[in-house]
Design a protein around this ligand. Structure first.
Ligand code: SIN
Ligand code: MN
Length: 268
């Protein structure tokens, strides 16, 4: 998929680009099936909510199922990501945030790059998230909130630097008690300046968003699940140094092979 000049400009100015209906109902059904199957497996990258039952997230899925390994090479995801980063890319992270009906918990306001900078030693914010809606996102089921343009603020909150002596407590990077969340004063100021948006739409819609864009989401008290698949591509010129105490591979991929788009049917 080739982006138009207007789409690229929109992404550069706001930090995000929303493309409704990129995947068909049949394609999403196959991805959903794979998510359900993977959710039942006790893999190291499977994270539970505080109730110790509801699956909060699945990490490193591209290493656990063929369909996800193909998806990272989908031309409609990979080509725009490469174009927006102006570079060949490799897979940095692959996760599904499930935000289950009634029990899916909060994602406090944050920027992603602070985690990759502080925890992994990623040199520059030259990574991009590609988020695929696996369910309809509506006003009830905890859609993601974004502050458009906030990626231009660069890194707002640096948090505590982890010592290489302490065990790498990566759980606080993926739980509702997020390590590098933003304070209320910062969010109030940014929201006053730029407002808040919550893209909504049918399953199969896709959101590209900048790794410094401020975002978060409320708990899901609705009866509707809200599953979001997020692929993070990183520039091959921006490989983290992962010094000291690296996070597990399901959070930071060690395979830096540049990805090539697949030509044939990707979601079989
Ligand atoms: C994220 O910050 O990685 C996603 C938040 C969400 O799934 O709502
Ligand atoms: Mn995030």
């Amino acid at each position: 998929m080739k982006l138009s000049k207007e789409q690229i400009k929109h992404y550069q100015e706001t930090g995000l680009l929303f493309i409704p209906g990129l995947f068909s109902t049949e394609e999403i059904a196959k991805i959903q099936d794979a998510v359900v199957t993977l959710s039942t497996r006790d893999t190291p990258g499977r994270i539970l909510e505080k109730d110790n039952k509801t699956v909060r997230a699945l990490h490193g899925c591209h290493q656990n199922a063929e369909i996800f390994n193909s998806l990272i090479r989908h031309p409609s995801l990979l080509t725009p990501a490469s174009e927006m980063l102006n570079s060949d890319v490799y897979i940095y992270q692959f996760k599904v945030n499930l935000k289950g009906a009634f029990n899916g918990d909060v994602w406090p306001w944050h920027q992603d790059y602070v985690f990759w900078d502080q925890e992994d030693g990623m040199p520059f914010p030259k990574a991009i998230n590609v988020a695929i809606f696996l369910d309809e996102f509506n006003e009830f089921n905890g859609p993601i909130y974004f502050i458009p343009g906030s990626h231009q603020e660069s890194l707002i909150h640096l948090g505590q630097k982890q010592s290489s002596e302490t065990p790498n407590n990566w759980e606080s990077n993926v739980s509702a008690a997020l390590k590098y969340s933003l304070d209320q004063e910062t969010i109030t100021k940014l929201a006053d300046q730029n407002g808040i948006i919550a893209p909504k739409g049918a399953a199969g819609s896709v959101l590209f968003f900048h790794c410094n864009l401020v975002h978060g989401s409320a708990p899901n008290i609705s009866p509707y699940p809200r599953r979001l698949l997020i692929i993070t591509y990183n520039s091959i010129n921006n490989i983290p140094n992962c010094q000291g105490n690296p996070r597990p591979e399901f959070l930071v991929s060690r395979d830096h092979t540049p990805l090539k788009p697949l030509r044939d049917k990707v979601i079989a």
